[in-house]
Ligand binder design. Structure first.
Ligand code: FAQ
Length: 350
């Protein structure tokens, strides 16, 4: 099974449903925004749906919010390589292995685009990594769960990448230019990631009984953590204490966590039906009045436990990251020495 031939026309994910094209069609009309002082110009740019660029004045809290979110996003990409990296040496065929290696490399690349976007806000990649290693910056809760079988690689692609795209397509229209532009490229690549996960599960679900059970078990284990990825409830009374209201006013977030979670459920339930897999939620039911799927209570205690460092794999993930960083020190030193030599040469030739 290749491509989208499990269904004739339905897009598999949000990136394929036009959101990225819409962001790419954004027209730069910054020159037409002419206002008095710095704050007024910033507000006028936002009101005209124009991008804020690194050279622009911006409120300190806007800058801090972006650094927090983009750093967390970048860290998620590179830590997110670990759960599936666990299966590169055990992929069931050469084709599967090549695909999985390419996917992990894409994720390293996404980390780089994102660290670069954050650097335009005046923080260095080294500083952000130090904060990650010291446990002072976060990464997504989802990557603290183990990958026990090959089907987990499929579930990560289908559900985790699917949730990531649902959250990231609106970020292509984020008010901060470098982040928005990085997201366009990331979403295009993520779209393939989700497709490869779906295809793994499609094949397992049509394989032997043992393979089908493996696929079902993976869907059971990854469903709820994928819903948690969107972040805590942030609408109605729950909005208090979250960053959503301000981030939406600043055009950083375009939708609430709850809205994106609902869109994800609505997109994913028909896909599960197509795969022939059950989702582990007895409350899952189509609501004609709302025009959405109703779903059960999320275990927010589990979410906060994982976010605070007490999930199944938090210690292992951070330890592995710290080790990789210290073992890579010689590469960074060599790259810096090479760059210094190049610039010395360029200076003496000038
Ligand atoms: N995990 O007020 P909000 C991927 C924290 S990339 C941990 O709603 P915000 C690709 C939040 O930081 C996946 N912490 O916060 C891939 C805040 O704490 P703080 C990553 C979480 O920022 C696939 C507190 O809870 N994607 O998967 C989580 O407005 C496969 C209150 O929350 C992004 O980072 C969580 N899930 O909204 C790679 C997308 N959720 O900072 C490999 C960009 C919330 O005050 C394999 N980020 N928290 O201490 C965003 O869109 C936002 O930051 C949200 C959270 C929506 C994640």
């Amino acid at each position: 099974m290749y491509g989208n031939d499990h269904s004739s026309d339905a897009p598999l994910n949000a990136a394929e449903a036009g959101g990225v094209d819409e962001a790419m069609a954004h027209v730069d009309r910054r020159d037409s925004v002419d206002s008095g002082d710095e704050q007024e110009r910033f507000d006028a740019l936002l009101a005209a749906d124009q991008r804020i660029e690194p050279r622009d004045w911006m409120p300190d809290d806007y800058r801090k919010t972006l650094v927090r979110q983009i750093a967390q996003h970048a860290h998620s990409e590179i830590i997110g390589m670990q759960p599936e990296g666990n299966w590169i040496t055990r992929a069931p065929s050469l084709r599967r292995k090549a695909i999985l290696m390419a996917k992990s490399q894409d994720e390293a690349g996404h980390g780089l685009y994102l660290y670069s976007a954050a650097e335009t806000l005046g923080t260095s990649r080294g500083e952000m990594l130090d904060l990650l290693h010291a446990g002072k910056q976060k990464y997504s809760s989802i990557f603290n769960y183990p990958t026990l079988t090959w089907a987990d690689v499929g579930a990560i692609g289908w559900l985790v990448d699917g949730a990531a795209i649902m959250n990231q397509v609106p970020l292509c229209r984020c008010s901060y230019g470098p982040y928005a532009r990085a997201m366009i490229r990331v979403c295009k690549e993520e779209s393939f990631h989700q497709r490869q996960g779906f295809e793994i599960l499609w094949n397992l679900a049509r394989g032997t009984d043992a393979q089908r059970e493996m696929a079902q078990d993976a869907a059971n284990r990854w469903w709820w953590p994928s819903l948690m990825m969107f972040g805590p409830p942030d609408t109605g009374e729950a909005a208090q204490g979250t960053h959503t209201e301000l981030s939406m006013a600043w055009g950083i977030k375009r939708f609430s966590n709850d809205d994106l979670r609902q869109k994800f459920v609505d997109m994913t339930v028909p896909q599960a039906q197509k795969l022939g897999l059950d989702l582990p939620d007895d409350d899952l039911a189509w609501d004609d009045e709302r025009g959405h799927w109703n779903f059960g209570e999320i275990d927010w205690d589990e979410f906060w436990q994982v976010v605070k460092g007490d999930g199944p794999c938090n210690a292992q993930r951070l330890e592995h990251r710290r080790t990789a960083h210290s073992e890579g020190a010689w590469v960074r030193e060599a790259a810096n020495a090479y760059a210094a030599k190049q610039s010395q040469r360029a200076e003496s030739a000038a």
